[in-house]
Design a protein around this ligand. Structure first.
Ligand code: ZN
Length: 262
């Protein structure tokens, strides 16, 4: 299991590297498949040997080979985090009695986790950088989530559909009441996505966790003088983190919480 985990980690960092490309090129309006990677500052084309996830960044000491300008630490950070999350996904499926699943279904379960996590990482980083949750990521993620959950039966069908509807409505009502000043259209789609991925019950837990996280970070930023009440909040990033948390430990978390009162 160790060697598979290591392999999964390496694959995860490569996917993370691709997610970085997706994030930057989407923002710049560039094509995702054509065109070579180049330095963001001097446009120097990056050779294949400098595209190795994490290791290239370390060897270049975080600077461009040509102009020595600083490369964003976002690149290795996203690669490492994606690698770790991919390993977690694999371990969860491998340890949850996957023996009786059969290899094909086990791979489908892992794939479901990986794709969910990949989209959530993109949404997290993109909202953090640009304060936007864009349809280019949420819509395909929604379609994938509905198909996978219905096909694998990981979440009951009614829960997937009602979850998407309820969580989208939660933001939609805020959108109507505030005339689009509290939340944007992206939040409504994000709500639907969370419901489709997690189902109604776990989706609501994710929503709750996102607000708790947002409150903690908000208070911390305000007391340290880094933010004021007026500072815009990348709430999509909190929602993405909360969704990953519930995806991994949703049921244990609910059991623990209920255990406090019973
Ligand atoms: Zn450069």
């Amino acid at each position: 299991m160790f060697w598979i985990s290591l392999l999964v980690f390496v694959v995860g960092t490569c996917i993370g590297s691709f997610l970085n490309v997706a994030i930057f090129r989407t923002h710049e309006g560039e094509s995702m498949v054509t065109g070579r990677s180049k330095c963001r500052s001097c446009e120097f084309p990056i050779g294949v040997h400098d595209l190795v996830p994490v290791l290239s960044y370390l060897r270049l000491r975080g600077r461009c080979r040509s102009c020595k300008s600083v490369i964003s630490w976002q690149y290795p950070a996203v690669e490492i985090v994606t690698g770790f999350l991919f390993v977690l996904c694999y371990l969860i499926v491998a340890t949850q009695g996957a023996d009786n699943l059969g290899l094909l279904f086990m791979m489908m379960y892992v794939l479901r986790y990986w794709v969910f996590v990949a989209y959530l990482v993109i949404i997290f980083v993109y909202d953090l950088r640009h304060m936007l949750i864009i349809d280019r990521f949420t819509i395909p993620a929604m379609i994938f989530a509905v198909i996978m959950n219905l096909w694998l039966g990981t979440v009951p069908a009614w829960s997937v559909l009602v979850g998407g509807l309820v969580l989208a409505s939660f933001f939609w009502v805020q959108f109507l009441v505030s005339r689009g000043t509290w939340v944007g259209g992206g939040d409504i789609r994000m709500g639907a996505l969370i419901g489709f991925m997690l189902g109604l019950e776990h989706g609501l837990v994710a929503l709750f966790i996102a607000y708790v996280l947002g409150a903690i970070v908000g208070v911390a930023m305000m007391t340290s003088g880094k933010a004021t009440r007026k500072t815009p909040v990348p709430f999509g990033s909190f929602l993405a983190v909360a969704t990953v948390v519930v995806l991994f430990v949703g049921q244990p978390l609910i059991d623990w919480y209920l255990g406090l009162f019973l």
